[in-house]
Write a protein that binds this ligand. Structure first.
Ligand SMILES: NC(=O)C1=CN([C@@H]2O[C@H](COP(=O)(O)OP(=O)(O)OC[C@H]3O[C@@H](n4cnc5c(N)ncnc54)[C@H](OP(=O)(O)O)[C@@H]3O)[C@@H](O)[C@H]2O)C=CC1
Ligand SMILES: Nc1nc2c(c(=O)[nH]1)N=C([C@H](O)[C@@H](O)CO)CN2
Length: 235
């Protein structure tokens, strides 16, 4: 078995699209899921290994790392995709919101990277860590303050791990703005959001997949963040 690619939050939306692409490309894929989405059953028929993980505390992360280590002996890449786009308007307890955002977007990737560096080092062809961050790392977000700060922490970890892990392991980030809407998004929200970028479209998961392919096929890019944002920074 070739060295698998590990992705967190791989059972729906962008994560699921990445899993399906990697399976089609011939990779072995290990994914984490929190909710047992219907897609998990089909992914199993394609050979994907789905491991349940709700990253609520340190023990859940430690247990997940141990479970991954039981299912493989090396790793080609780790893609940190799991995320919670929560906001201050939705939560009364801002201290818990802040902790939740920092845990899923910074602490979990930090612990998983450290816990599996030796498995990445065993991949003969070189290995990759990819952090999925967000355009708001550059700007902040007045409605998602803790979310944006936690994604900025993940962005910073990209550079630290790039120095720590070179040259065998490359570490990069992908910083999307709108990729795909959520089912509950109103027409008004969609119109307002589409106006925020120069391209003015909902690009779809393929834009993130193309960036992942660029990084997996590079032997030189590391410590960088690929903006996938439709020119939003120039609007
Ligand atoms: N969608 C977009 O337009 C944009 C996305 N991004 C980033 O791209 C990535 C993928 O986005 P998208 O597909 O929309 O993400 P989702 O909002 O669909 O979340 C991805 C997955 O993260 C999992 N997750 C959330 N919290 C936890 C937790 N505590 N423990 C374990 N798993 C958890 C969810 O599990 P569960 O199955 O339980 O729901 C979900 O499947 C994210 O990092 C996101 O921040 C950035 C900018 C724009
Ligand atoms: N975990 C998530 N993070 C983000 C999402 C999402 O649905 N889940 N969506 C966005 C928005 O698309 C934003 O980029 C544009 O309004 C940001 N992060």
């Amino acid at each position: 078995m070739n060295s698998p690619i590990l992705i967190t939050g791989g059972a729906q939306r962008i994560g699921l699209a990445i899993v399906e692409h990697l399976l089609t490309a011939g990779f072995t894929v290990i994914l984490s899921y929190r909710t047992h989405h219907p897609a998990i059953t089909e992914l199993a028929t394609k050979g994907a290994i789905s491991l349940h993980a709700d990253f609520t505390d340190n023990e859940s992360v430690t247990n997940f790392i141990a479970e991954v280590r039981r299912h493989c002996s090396s790793l080609r890449a780790i893609i940190h995709n799991a995320s919670s786009w929560d906001c201050e308007a939705n939560r009364e307890d801002l201290a818990t919101l802040f902790d939740d955002m920092m845990r899923i977007h910074a602490k979990v990737p930090y612990l998983i990277n450290h816990g599996l560096l030796d498995y990445l080092a065993r991949c003969d062809e070189g290995a990759d860590i990819i952090h999925i961050t967000d355009y708001v790392v550059e700007t902040g977000s007045p409605k998602h303050l803790a979310y944006a700060a936690s994604k900025a922490a993940l962005d910073n970890l990209t550079r630290s791990f790039a120095v720590k892990c070179a040259p065998h392991i490359k570490v990069n980030a992908i910083a999307p703005s709108l990729i795909i809407f959520n089912q509950h998004d109103s027409d008004e929200y969609k119109a307002k959001t589409l106006q925020k970028s120069l391209m003015g479209i909902e690009p779809g998961c393929e834009e993130v997949i193309r960036s992942i392919e660029l990084l997996l096929n590079s032997r030189y890019i590391t410590g960088r963040s690929i903006p996938v944002d439709g020119g939003r920074h120039l609007k």
